[in-house]
Design a protein around this ligand. Structure first.
Ligand code: ADP
Length: 454
């Protein structure tokens, strides 16, 4: 079952508790006042009936029942009636609409509801010496207080659900408002984790409650993190930039020294090795610089109309020699003159990284196929090899910076440091495209990319 939100749970909880408590309080109140009124009526009736027990005698002289003249039929809101054993009235009367033929019950208070009226009846059996049994009946109609109590119960029953609903809605709105900072905090956190944009802030107006203070602290923390990240990005970018000149100097000096070193001598071998490593370092620094500039949003794309087919063929041609060293055949399935709006250097970098990876991780005597085509939706391409492949669990990570499936196999090839594919990924997304990798360990890999029509 889907878990309810905290807002909903808090609202349901306190509404339930509130309904229960107020229902209980109302029930106790109504029943206590009802009992109080019933007791009052009972006492009144009993008092009245008892008071006339001594007023009824048998007059031996006249041979008839003697009822005191002072006895009044209606007094203290009680109607008094005296009846013979068969229920025939001897004195007094019942109220006009009191139902006929009501059974007498000695010493018991009865409540009769008839035609919208409510009657309390109290009967007493009296044995009059000389005459025999008589019934004394006291009748009291519903009192004002009882009517008020009934009215209050009716009003409470109607109002209660309304008040409960009002409290639930009001409470929900207050809880929702109270949780607003939490919703904004999670939206900001989600925005940062999906978009990686650390400049986002929760931005709540300063409030006194704990959540507003937390949001403020969260913003301060983001501020510091952003500053720190910016510093780090700038640092990488500055370092890469500063390293470029000395590396270029090393390369040119090496090339110069190589020209003058005797061929095959140990000096020439050392110089060759320094040159290769410096060139590798230059490649690395250049990729690092591009990526860190991309992070700082300072890497501008020089968009122009590029003949991507020519570019692809040119890179393939450049790398043909490296492929031939491993007896790898390079097949091109390139649609001629495919044009896109792109940064030429970047697209060249993309082909270099993908094709040189295919050569490096390709099997000796293997085969590489490079394809390129365009339709009305955009440009599609792929670089496919039948080399060592990538294990399934590593496939998702190959785009991460400095990630290497198995550093030993890269070092063996004397290549990069795990920046090539992150660079490719950035280039593709900077041009609004997408790229994916498919691979099977021991069978080969295929990197396919797409660029939309710009
Ligand atoms: P590197 O410059 O170290 O090759 P990349 O970013 O280009 O780094 O590649 C990341 C990892 O992906 C490498 O360590 C390599 O093992 C793997 N990889 C890249 N391309 C291929 C491929 N065509 N075949 C097999 N593995 C590959």
């Amino acid at each position: 079952m889907k878990r309810l939100s905290i807002k909903m749970r808090v609202t349901l909880w306190y509404t339930g508790i509130m309904v229960l408590l107020s229902g209980l309080a109302l029930a106790v109140l109504l029943s206590a006042s009802n009992r109080y009124i019933q007791n009052n009526v009972k006492n009144r009736l009993e008092e009245r009936v008892f008071s006339c027990l001594h007023e009824i005698k048998w007059d031996w002289e006249d041979g008839q029942l003697d009822i005191d003249d002072d006895l009044s039929v209606f007094q203290n809101e009680v109607w008094l009636g005296i009846y013979d054993r068969l229920g025939y009235p001897l004195f007094g009367q019942a109220p006009g609409n009191f139902p006929d033929g009501m059974v007498f019950k000695d010493g018991r208070q009865q409540v009769i509801r008839e035609g919208g009226s409510v009657w309390h009846v109290y009967d007493r059996h009296l044995e009059v010496p000389g005459y025999g049994p008589v019934w004394i009946r006291g009748i009291s109609s519903q009192t004002d207080s009882e009517e008020a109590l009934t009215a209050i119960s009716h009003i409470a029953l109607v109002l209660f659900p309304f008040l409960a609903a009002l409290a639930a809605v009001g409470g929900y709105l207050i809880t929702k408002r109270a949780f607003l900072p939490v919703i904004q905090m999670s939206a900001t956190a989600r925005g940062i984790s999906t978009g990686g944009d650390l400049s986002q802030r929760i931005g709540l107006v300063k409030g006194k409650d704990e959540l507003y203070q937390l949001a403020g602290t969260f913003d301060e923390m983001l501020e510091q993190l952003e500053r720190q990240f910016e510093k780090e990005k700038r640092f990488t970018s500055d370092v890469s930039h500063e390293l470029r000149t000395p590396i270029s100097v090393i390369i040119s000096q090496c090339e110069y020294a190589l020209e003058h070193a005797p061929e095959g001598s140990p000096e020439s071998e050392s110089l060759q090795s320094i040159l290769e490593q410096s060139q590798r370092m230059a490649r690395l620094v250049s990729q690092l610089l591009t990526l860190s500039r991309a992070d700082c949003n300072t890497q501008q794309l020089q968009l122009e109309t590029v003949n991507i087919s020519e570019l692809c063929e040119m890179v393939a041609q450049e790398l043909e020699e490296a492929a031939a060293q491993k007896s790898i055949s390079l097949e091109l399935a390139v649609q001629p003159d495919v044009l896109i709006q792109a940064d030429e250097t970047m697209i060249m970098r993309l082909f270099i990284n993908l094709i040189s990876n295919a050569v490096s991780y390709g099997r000796t005597g293997g085969h590489i196929k490079v394809g390129l085509s365009s339709d009305e939706k955009g440009v599609k391409g792929y670089v496919k090899d039948d080399g060592i492949g990538i294990p399934e669990e590593c496939l998702g990570h190959v785009w991460e910076r400095f990630y290497q499936v198995n550093p030993s196999r890269t070092v063996e090839k004397g290549r990069g440091a795990g920046l090539g594919l992150s660079m490719v990924k950035w280039i593709v997304s900077a041009h609004g495209g997408s790229i994916r990798a498919e691979s099977e360990l021991g069978k080969g890999s295929c990197f396919s990319f797409e660029f939309p029509v710009l």
